[in-house]
Design a protein around this ligand. Structure first.
Ligand code: SF4
Length: 100
């Protein structure tokens, strides 16, 4: 999962890091990640141990984004064109690619 979809790994680590208060043991036990192969309908199950370092890096990144946004700073986009597959379905596309 971390290799194929690092964004899911980041999301999972952040959940495990910050939901311990409402879900006791969430960080001390592996998460069960499941996915379906849309071509073959195979189901993938993977136990994912908590990655505290990844959770901290993602948390730090979020703070950087929020701090920059509050300061009116434009951070670089991860894509070079609005037709990038992730930008096409992004709810912020109009704002993100609007001429300054
Ligand atoms: S449109 Fe969305 S996904 Fe694309 S660079 Fe902007 S914020 Fe990121």
């Amino acid at each position: 999962m971390a290799r194929a979809k690092p964004i899911y790994a980041a999301q999972l680590a952040v959940y495990q890091a910050y939901m311990e208060g409402t879900v006791p043991g969430i960080a001390s036990n592996p998460a069960l990640f499941t996915a379906i192969n849309k071509d073959s309908e195979e189901i993938w199950f993977e136990l994912v141990p908590f990655d505290g370092g990844l959770a901290q890096r993602m948390s730090d990144r979020a703070v950087r984004v929020i701090t920059a946004t509050e300061a009116g700073e434009l951070l670089p986009r991860h894509a070079t064109t609005p037709t990038h597959f992730e930008c096409k379905s992004c709810p912020w596309q109009d704002r993100c690619w609007r001429p300054a």
